[in-house]
Write a protein that binds this ligand. Structure first.
Ligand SMILES: O=C(O)c1ccccc1NCC(=O)[C@H](O)[C@H](O)COP(=O)(O)O
Length: 271
């Protein structure tokens, strides 16, 4: 059993418990059901933005504690002031130290797309995502049968949420890409050994159909890497650890984005 299998097994149990505690009828009373979602895809494609989705991540299976007592209010605001295009908030508790309240805090203080980064296996979690103010959800190809993934994607779209389809290889991409998905994320982290390699993104870039918004996820630690990924056709870059391992993640993001923009300007001059 790899770590993803373990997380998913825990998630099914958690969802069954939450359904009892907070029934769908209750979640549907949330005011966020009246609020239109902010498009992640649109923000990633905006030329005035960096394409960075800055993540709030307290801990992880690969690194253990990263920034367990982070202030979500301060960090989310400073990420957006630094020039991030969107926020990603890990809401999984057992493996990532997150909670729904983290996303609700980020929602309260920011007008920007927010990805609920969790391990979605059931429609209930999609209703929950909408009820806490998320704009997009994650569906992981390695965790779902293709037909089930399509069903969940269609359900998310029916609530106005965007779907980020996460793949690790060509087979997953070919099996799961469907009409309901317009944003694909390539995860550079091998979930068997946790090794990250951005070549995973570079190798898959040309296999993702034109018209799909492409995101490279995990293990990005240098602004130069973003330039390479952008040249390969990526529109978005999901970054957690690199920022979160700093006591002030927003400052780390600001320095990173400044350098990225300088590199892009140099690239334009020399083109
Ligand atoms: O981060 C992990 O250790 C991990 C392990 C198992 C499943 C998922 C995991 N991470 C979730 C993510 O997708 C990342 O948080 C995200 O892509 C950002 O990655 P990074 O910039 O490397 O923190």
């Amino acid at each position: 059993m790899n770590i993803l299998d373990q997380i998913i097994a825990t998630k099914y149990k958690e969802v069954a418990e939450r359904k009892e505690l907070y029934p769908v009828k209750l979640l549907e009373k949330s005011l966020y059901f009246e609020t239109p979602c902010i498009s992640l895809e649109r923000y990633l494609l905006r030329p005035d933005k960096s394409g960075i989705i800055a993540e709030i991540k307290r801990k992880s299976p690969s690194k253990g504690d990263i920034n367990p007592y982070v202030s979500v209010e301060r960090t989310s605001i400073s990420y957006m002031q630094a020039g991030a295009s969107a926020l990603s908030v890990l809401t999984d508790g057992p493996y990532f130290g997150g909670k729904n309240e983290d996303l609700m805090t980020a929602r309260k203080f920011n007008y920007c797309p927010i990805l609920r980064k969790d391990f979605t296996v059931d429609e209930y979690q999609i209703v929950e995502a909408k009820s806490i103010g998320a704009d997009a959800i994650l569906l992981i190809a390695a965790a779902l049968e293709p037909a089930r993934l399509k069903e969940l994607a269609a359900f998310a779209r029916s609530l106005g949420l965007e779907v980020l389809l996460e793949v690790h290889n060509l087979q997953e991409l070919q099996q799961t890409l469907c009409d309901e998905v317009t944003v694909v994320g390539v995860n550079n982290r091998n979930l068997k050994d946790f090794v990250t390699d951005v070549n995973t993104s570079l190798e898959l870039a040309n296999h993702i159909p034109a018209g799909i918004t492409k995101i490279s996820e995990s293990g990005i630690s240098k602004p130069e890497t973003l330039v390479t990924l952008r040249t390969a056709g990526y529109n978005g870059f999901l970054i957690g650890e690199t920022f979160m391992q700093n006591s002030r993640p927003g400052q780390s993001a600001a320095a990173f984005i400044k350098e990225f923009k300088q590199l892009l300007a140099q690239q334009e001059v020399s083109a």
